[in-house]
Write a protein that binds this ligand. Structure first.
Ligand code: HPA
Length: 249
């Protein structure tokens, strides 16, 4: 079963007929919100609002471990993450969609692995494990998303590098120049450790990134919430279409 993790601008999924809402606790604590289970078209799907519903948990305080654990416990076998991002590469305009194929993690201090001592409240231990993360996103799932975009005649950028910053503040112009030099195309605050934790649980994971602003210093203007909200309004319809098609194809 697919699970969708919705980010800013996607705390509820239009078209999802909710059958159950699961309030659960995991050995890593509580997920961001109750997990909704329902059908989208003919497909069963799980949905979780990453920042809670209503939107209230900042990126660095999200319990990513509980979120991923809860989804797997409820039967998720693959995960599509939706993330609002800033555009660094000039080819990623506001309201554009990218399906990234790489990432660089600039976050710090976030519980980022299931494999550490004392991580579980029930005291169950893990062996030290180093998962392969050369290709952080699942290529089959990415291709599935790209095929859906193609079928819908939706223009998406088929690959790119997602930079995950700590937030919750936006970046400085110099930080964005550095990210550009590092080869990053888009920047967000919630892609990690989510992707790595999915890999640790062997859950195929891919990301739909919606560009909601040009990153800091790339225009003469300050970045405003109004600008971000306008791009979310404009772009989230496309994201929903892409999700619906992907889940039912
Ligand atoms: N930077 C980091 N995260 C973001 C941005 C940004 O410019 N826009 C939306 N999420």
């Amino acid at each position: 079963m697919f699970a969708v993790i919705g980010g800013t601008g996607l705390t509820q999924m239009q078209g999802l007929v909710i059958e159950k809402s699961h309030t659960l606790t995991t050995p890593f604590g509580e997920p961001s919100a109750p997990v909704q289970q329902g059908t989208l078209g003919t497909q069963k799907v799980l949905f979780l609002a990453r920042h809670g519903h209503p939107h209230q948990i900042p990126p660095h305080q999200i319990n990513y471990r509980a979120n991923l654990w809860a989804l797997q416990a409820l039967g998720a076998t693959q995960i599509i993450a939706v993330n609002a991002v800033g555009g660094i590469n000039p080819n990623t305009p506001a309201a554009g969609i990218m399906i990234p194929n790489q990432l660089i993690d600039y976050t710090w201090g976030r519980p980022a692995t299931f494999f550490e001592q004392g991580a579980r409240t029930d005291g169950v231990g893990f062996e030290v494990t180093h998962v392969d993360f050369s290709w952080p996103y699942d290529e089959d799932l990415r291709q599935h998303l790209l095929a859906s975009a193609h079928a819908l005649n939706l223009s998406v950028t088929a690959q790119g590098v997602y930079a995950c910053t700590q937030g919750p503040r936006l970046e400085t112009a110099a930080e964005i120049r550095r990210l550009a030099q590092d080869g990053c195309d888009i920047v967000g605050m919630t892609g990690m450790p989510e992707a790595a934790l999915a890999r640790e649980l062997k859950l195929p994971y891919a990301c739909i990134a919606l560009v909601v602003n040009m990153a800091a210093g790339l225009t003469d203007e300050e970045i405003t919430m109004a600008e971000i909200e306008a791009a979310l309004q404009q772009g989230m319809g496309k994201v929903l279409k892409l999700l619906t098609h992907t889940l039912s194809a």
